[in-house]
Each structure stands twice: as C-alpha cells, then as structure tokens.
Design a protein. Structure first.
Length: 295
C-alpha cells in the first residue's frame, strides 16, 4: 500500500506533536535523528513512546519513527524505547546498503517478540542515498527483506558527503549527481517491488515549487513524498491523488480490456494500448480508491 505523504515531526516537541493531531498526512514520521539535539534524545524517546501508545488506532494515519543511524550506539536504544508503542514502521537513515535493512529486520524481530507484537508487522523505509558509497549499493535491496516498505533518497546529506556547497545547478534544478541518485532510487525501488518515495522539498514557503516537484515525482513513478512542514501536506496529497480526468480515462482503459479479454492491443482515442497501459490504469484506480478511503 502506497502512502502519499509522510510528515516529519520532531519527537521532542509537545507543541509540534499537538499541531499535527489533525494532519491529513498518510503517515507521521516521529523523529529521533536530525531534528532532535543529542541532549534531548532521552526526552524524545519517552515522548514518542507515549505518543504511539496514545494513538493505537492507525486506520486513518500511520505512525513511523526515524531512528538514529544503525552504525551508532543510539539506534538500538531508540528501538528499545519506542517499540512498546508498536510503530507502523521505522525510517532508517544513512543506510549504507541493504545489509543495514537486514540488520534492522533482525533487531525488530527480537523486539517484536519482547513486546508480544506480530512478527514482521513493523515495516522499513530506508533513506538509501545519503552517502557517496550508497550510490553503488542500491541494487542490494532487491530481495533483501520482506519488511522493506520502500526507498527514499536524500539530497541534503548527500551534498554534505560529497563536499558540495549546493545540490542545485545554476538553473535551480538538481545537479547531475542528485538527479542520478533520484533515478537510481526509483529504479531500485521498482526492481525490489517496494514503494519509491520522493525526497523532501526544503523550502517550505515555496508551495508552488513543491507542487511542481511533487507532480514531477508522480509522473516519474514515485508513489509518495516526504514533507517537512504541515503546510506542505495538502500540496503533496493533491499531487499524488489522480484527477477526475485521469480516473475517467483509466476506467475506460480497464473497461476496454475487460470487454476484449483476448486482445493484446486495442485502440482508444486514436492511440494503441497494450498491457502496460492497462497496468498503469489499474494503478491509477487503486491510488484513487485509497485516497477516497482516507477522506
């Protein structure tokens, strides 16, 4: 199941946690990494655990937690602290390769047993392009772990890892290496049969720029996007919700193939259609149905 919008929320801020109570994001990411100072990590762990416990009904919105990088000692402390709240998923930052996702899988299995949770219920979203090395390991996610929900990519940490002053070119668009990271994340996600999730749009005041990027993400094949501010949620939801025209066309494509089950190719409005077009139409209708269920 794809999720249109993930919204980051600092795990140590009562005010910001309260502010997202009515958020229309499909999932919140309660953060224990970049947005939380190390001195406040113990407070954030406790607050996130209690927030998870206080919101057991996840029918309308899932609750995920971004832990510290797995290479640090804090990661296991984070997991042990928040698993009693039964998060829907864990966001794994700075994943070096699928080896980190598999290791996290093992940790989660042990903690699910400790907490009496269903084995394998907690999913993983790996941030798969935050270091230079990761650009050469994305293929490793194929078949790595059944817990893997999806892959997302990050331009901010990657630019720091590359020693770059900016991740944008003179025209304002992403420079070559970041476009490559985006493309590899998308391809690796599809190869692994998991969800490709678009990266954050840092300028939270530029909603027009966000809308354009979110639409481009969806057109490219991404199924959702991460927000860093509540004001971004509605824009992302709209971009990843099929329009009435798209739904109507998809219904015609599905009906055409249903009425002609023995045909390999069919014509519609002067265009030839085959199996990939049917698959795209079915995906559009499934996305639209999920959006209706969320409303």
């Amino acid at each position: 199941m794809s999720l249109r919008c993930f919204l980051f929320v600092p795990g140590d801020s009562e005010r910001k946690l309260a502010k997202v109570e009515d958020s229309e994001a499909d999932a919140l990411i309660l953060d224990l990494e970049d947005s939380v100072a190390e001195s406040r990590a113990p407070i954030a762990r406790e607050m996130i655990r209690e927030y998870l416990r206080g919101h057991p009904d996840r029918g309308r919105r899932q609750l995920w937690v971004r832990i510290s990088p797995l290479e640090t000692e804090k990661a296991l402390v984070d997991l042990a602290a928040v698993l009693p709240g039964a998060p829907d998923g864990i966001v794994l930052p700075k994943a070096d390769s699928a080896t980190d996702a598999v290791a996290l899988d093992h940790h989660l299995s042990a903690l699910e047993v400790r907490e009496g949770l269903e084995r394998g219920r907690i999913r993983i979203l790996a941030v798969a392009t935050e270091t230079a090395h990761t650009l050469f390991t994305l293929h490793s996610y194929v078949g790595a772990t059944a817990r893997l929900f999806g892959l997302t990519w990050g331009a901010e940490d990657l630019s720091a890892a590359l020693g770059a002053f900016t991740n944008r070119g003179p025209d304002g668009n992403y420079d070559d290496v970041y476009r490559m990271a985006r493309a590899l994340c998308l391809a690796a996600s599809r190869a692994a049969a998991v969800e490709p999730v678009g990266s954050v749009y840092p300028d939270f005041r530029d909603l027009d720029g966000l809308a354009a990027e979110a639409r481009y993400d969806r057109q490219s094949g991404f199924t959702g996007k991460i927000a860093i501010h509540p004001d971004q949620v509605a824009v992302i939801n709209q971009a990843f919700t099929p329009t009435a025209e798209e739904i109507a066309h998809a219904e015609r494509v599905v009906a055409l193939f249903r009425d002609n089950p023995d045909a390999g190719t069919l014509g519609l409005d002067g265009k030839m259609l085959d199996k990939p077009h049917l698959t795209q139409a079915e995906q559009i209708l499934a996305t639209a149905a999920r959006a209706v269920a969320k409303s």
